[in-house]
Design a protein around this ligand. Sequence first.
Ligand SMILES: Nc1ncnc2c1ncn2[C@@H]1O[C@H](COP(=O)(O)OP(=O)(O)OP(=O)(O)O)[C@@H](O)[C@H]1O
Ligand SMILES: [Mg+2]
Length: 458
Amino acid sequence: MFLKSLSGRFLLLTIVFVMLAEILIFVPSVARFRVDYLQERLERSQIASLTLLATPNDMIEPELEAELLENAGVLNIVLRRDSIRELILASPMPSTIGESYDLRDPGALALIRDAFATMVADEDRVIRVLGQPVKGAGLMIEVALEEAPLRDALWDYGRRILVLSAVISAFTACLLFLAVRAFMVRPIERLIRQIKKYEEAPEDARRIIQPKATVTEIFEAETALHSMETQLSQSLRQKERLAALGGAVSKISHDLRNILTTTQLLADRMEHSDDPRVQKSAPKLLNSLSRAVNLCESTLAFGKAEEAAPSLRSVSMQQMFDDVVEAETLALTNGAVEIVAADVGDIEMQVDEDQIFRVVSNLVRNARQVLAAGKGGQITLQGSQEADGWTITVRDNGPGLPPKALEHIFKPFEGNVRKGGTGLGLAISAELVGGHGGKLKLVDNSDQGAAFQMWLPK
Ligand SMILES: Nc1ncnc2c1ncn2[C@@H]1O[C@H](COP(=O)(O)OP(=O)(O)OP(=O)(O)O)[C@@H](O)[C@H]1O
Ligand SMILES: [Mg+2]
């Protein structure tokens, strides 16, 4: 899991890359180490051999010769001074010469190859090394020495380099890990947290990211996100307002249409007027009204949204009943339908007058439409006041609600079975009553009639 994270990947990759770099450095430096080792033997041998110059015939005591060779770390030395003169120091050889190396003009690749060959050689050989004497002290110097100490020194050097590489790579990786955490992981985590926070409530402008990162790329990402979130929040707020507006328009259209239908019926009567001018303008008025009704109806085809919160005022229940009865009676086309309001006395309700008027009108209007389409009948409005609220009942003696209307009762656009209806009336009514904290219920439904009852809390 950790290795899948950005910091984990960086930690691992840094260790791998530093190790790789150390290996690239290790190969030539091992070769260099071997050359330096052999070169030093040659120089020490050169100094040792020069002691022979102090003797008359280039001869010294065997004990001194052994000591000089031991100090130089070689088995024998030949220093060629010029074409005829050679200085020679020699001691007994443990074995014959296994390999010769010429250090006077070595190729880099050959040095590397020889160094690794020395490291992996498994027998204790004696090797011969040829070199150029320093400070022009002769033409050539040649020494024989045992290979084992050189191999041990090479391995020792290799191990030291390896440990050093491990320490350096661990250290570098840790530093890089911390840097990546501080400069990348932390800012990215902050970005992710911010996006999640914004996602919870995109309309809340306080949740829009404020660019803060010190790393340019992340700062740019934050800036881009900032402007995107700002735009998004703006269009969300705009969308909300439009949705609310759309809902309001729907509801206004619904009830405006009801009012217009009543007016249409009134205009209808103008055709029977005695005044010829009134009679003449009646069809035009009817046309305009029906266009207005159509407009409302097509507006209603659009969605629905929340009603405004009710503004409570003191309203006389009796007055409201009388108003509804008056308006709905005007709209009656069938003489067999009668609308009556019970005497409720002087009950005062604390409600939104317009909204509750719309609810009662909708209920009466539904019943009126059903009764007018059938054999006619009676609609009664009743009301009462209790300790905690008011009850209003609209009852009719019509055929009752058909099953399809019952199934979707109070659901917008769905409960409608009446031709020309939109199925919004009951849904809007229930919502308006709900907005008052009350309840609208179908309390009776049979072939003897239907009764809707609303309860409004104090
Ligand atoms: N008193 C009632 N008696 C019988 N059926 C009713 C009564 N009230 C409502 N309904 C039925 O319930 C359905 C839904 O009524 P609702 O008022 O929601 O819509 P609508 O009257 O069809 O259309 P809208 O009121 O939007 O013009 C009506 O179509 C009607 O069939
Ligand atoms: Mg209706």
